[in-house]
Design a protein around this ligand. Sequence first.
Ligand SMILES: NC(=O)c1ccc[n+]([C@@H]2O[C@H](COP(=O)([O-])OP(=O)(O)OC[C@H]3O[C@@H](n4cnc5c(N)ncnc54)[C@H](OP(=O)(O)O)[C@@H]3O)[C@@H](O)[C@H]2O)c1
Length: 323
Amino acid sequence: MRAVAIHTFGKPEGLAIVDLPDPSPADGQVLIATEAIGVGGVDAVIRSGILGARGFEEGHILGSEIAGTVTAVGDGVDPSWVGRRVWSFTGLGGGYAEQVTAAAATLIPLPATLSAVDAVTLGSSGMVAHFGLRHAHFAPGESVLVRGAAGGIGIMTVQLAARAGASAVAVTTSSAERGGRLRTLGATHVLDRAGDGGQDAPSGYDVVIDIVAGAATPSFLAKLNPNGRMVAVGAVAGFPPADFGTAMISAFRKSMSFATFSADTVPEPDQRAVTAELLAAGSRGELHPVVHEVLPLEQAVLAHRKMAAGEVFGRIVLTPSGA
Ligand SMILES: NC(=O)c1ccc[n+]([C@@H]2O[C@H](COP(=O)([O-])OP(=O)(O)OC[C@H]3O[C@@H](n4cnc5c(N)ncnc54)[C@H](OP(=O)(O)O)[C@@H]3O)[C@@H](O)[C@H]2O)c1
């Protein structure tokens, strides 16, 4: 089978198409012929080599989210899985391939009316967005600011907050065109990356979901209302300044909170239950998967170049059949 592996850590060009023996499912596993493979920010971080010290080696196959059809089962697995369309989270690798093995216990059957491409666009981004809002104790009627709203997690956070009855959903983004698209998904106010602009935008927010972090983190903490909660869900701009705690202590009397959130701390059954609900909502048209582009598996390098250039609004999806 064809797969995409890291030949050299660093630039997108370090990814290479490889031919590998067809995998076979071990006990408790199924074999899935992939239809759609999500390309995520985590894939880019692993490829860049930043996480090299954490055990990734050359030859590592990227990809954490796939959808496709079960073609075989290992011992101990109900054979009726064969032929069913499923969504699967493969962890920190293994997804950029024509065939993938996965534990049967982790599969989510795809709703009949949801495409594989839409499933890998909604699935894990939506799950992270859901639990990020929950970690922030978001309640209907509260105002939310989504910082870094144009990526997969931000787009889903905007939709979920709007759907849950937020009083305002402000977003930061780098262009008016993106702002317009985010409005169609539920954003009520569009701010620039610094958090400025946005006609009639609230002066403060009950919840800030931050996918960006970096040097400007304190200025977004300052946008919290009294008793407001800011949750760092991502860090695409790197670490906050070392003295960012000063901003919190200076605003002591606002009783605000800062937290990080990683889906790794959510029990897997809970992740699966929420992902299944989100896929069902997507199949009913209640959530909108934003697919930036579908590319053949062979064009994984191009997909990563586009991500590195900041061109992607939503999700790039790879598909073996697109080759
Ligand atoms: N918490 C979890 O469990 C979890 C799970 C998976 C991934 N993650 C993390 O989530 C992040 C990726 O999420 P994603 O794919 O949704 O995000 P993304 O698309 O990589 O970035 C979101 C948006 O942030 C804006 N942005 C990029 N660089 C910026 C900068 N330097 N300053 C200000 N804005 C900037 C861009 O929009 P504009 O150009 O429109 O501003 C971009 O579309 C990573 O940090 C990843 O590690 C977390």
